[in-house]
Design a protein around this ligand. Sequence first.
Ligand code: C2E
Ligand code: CA
Ligand code: CA
Length: 577
Amino acid sequence: MRGSWKSRALIQRWKRLVDDELGLAGASTDRTRLADWLHHSRELVAFCGDDLRFTLLGGGFREAFPQAAESGSALFDILPKFAEPAVRDALLELREAGMAVDIDAPHPVTGVQMTAHVFRTAAGLGVIVQPTAKQPGRSHDREADTLLHWATHDSLTGLQNRRVFSDRLADILAGLGRSKMGVALLQIDLDDFKAVNDTLGHGAGDALLQLVARRITEALDENAVGFRYAGDEFTVIQTAVGQPQAAERLAETIISALRAPFEIRGIPVFIGASVGIAFGNEHGSSTEQLMKAADIALYAAKSEGRGRARVFNNAMLLFLESRESLRRDLREALHRGELFVEYQPLVRLPVSVVGFEALLRWRHPEAGVIAPGTFISIAEADGLMDEIGQWVLEQACTDAMEWPSTVNIAVNLSPAQFRSGMLTDNVAKILDRVGIYPERLEFEITETVLLEQTMDNLDTLHTLGLLGVRVLLDDFGTSYSSLGYLKDFSFSGLKVDKYFIRDLEVNPKSQTIVRSILGLAHGLGMTVTAEGVETDAQAKWLARESCDRLQGFLISPPVSKREAAEFIQRARQGTAA
Ligand code: C2E
Ligand code: CA
Ligand code: CA
């Protein structure tokens, strides 16, 4: 078969690109562009030297012929036809004369008949493989479709894949011109996918992704098409008049479709999704720009509380830039001595100081004091939290040495510290160095810590127990309350989240929940600390229900080390709060 105009045009495009890249055609040397195009190309394109060994592989080619990626592998390894003398002769001729040749050969695994278009480049040969065009008397259409399907679809969800997405978006943006149609890019990210994967297993995670893909597809009309972009990220391209409303409506439909529970192995699973929206050409005229804008909008949707959609705007960019600069500054903060610790009293009623919780702050040279909620997530993402956490621990223990030995010190542990595998060693070292009694030290961990790597975490907890320190569950009741842990490990107490304390006086549901937590904890020999106690009425209610400890602005906000010592003094004289 001879090449169609389409394959000739393809050859022309790739030939020009690779010749440019090698600099021999005298044009620009734009390596990144070629690499990027190749990587995202769903066409089955590859380049090789005159010895037929591959030098560059396109994404689609790699997917259809995985063994081509092995080092030293050659065209004849994947298409044995190329080792035949007749084909070798044809290739020799090609090298001499430069005319492209088409070689028909079956796919080595599927047997689907393929045509390899081979053409000369500045540094060897290029090859584009396509399913052989339909010919009278042959009927391998479906097989050819199957092969193409592989290269273009995600095997788990059946949605088209990221490569097709990039090509499609690039095509649409290129053709946009003066059209009145608005192109919207919707980037969809599941809010709680990781938790499902971690608690119910990867099988359940996969099943969930399939159901999600189906709901997204059902939400689309003929103007929109969905793709699986990566992991739990999906994208939708929508072309419609009447933007931005059309895209916002679509995003709402998708969000509410994903908010409804999924049933996985008989268990109802709730996830929810956030959506970032960007419009071409308004927010970007290339795939990369538009993706970036949608990404930023998605980030904004997530930080505004998830389960919502946001359209990109420039203010988001400013916010992100300030976050970026925080990220840069944070790397130096510890060494520049900008981090410090405040202490918030934990009291037993009426007024005896049980201890203090160490709370980290950052005194930024320009921005002032920054709360941990703003920078701890950055520190975790950048791998800084392990080091920072160790510093907090040492600082807090050192400060506590100046207090009476009956006063405990509570320190928060970040998931990153659990993940490092060095936590127990580090704790032992610090206890040793500072010389504090381990009985005075309490660690507060959240349930999210426990969601990851179950077994290792239990080991870590037990080792901490052996060191003589206590461990409390923080923010109890706000995320997956994995009551199973209460059986596997003896936590010394639970801290009831502010969320349940806030409306304690007026909300009977909060009262019932706090009462049951108290019953559960006391039944298991654990203490209960109520966080965020701000009013007298809350404190009275909690005292009546025999809550063990209180913490909150009513008693004292977090204070400096010096003020903490004064607080202890006042409490001893019976004059605090
Ligand atoms: P958390 O462990 O739940 O800490 C309690 C938070 O509630 C503190 O906020 C505290 O200032 C605040 N709070 C105390 N009393 C009241 C009250 O009566 N009303 C209200 N509305 N809030 C009150 P902060 O200091 O901003 O800390 C936020 C979170 O940052 C902490 O939540 C903890 O998860 C994390 N964190 C703080 N320091 C560290 C640390 O050294 N390491 C780690 N890994 N996390 C830390
Ligand atoms: Ca805490
Ligand atoms: Ca807490």
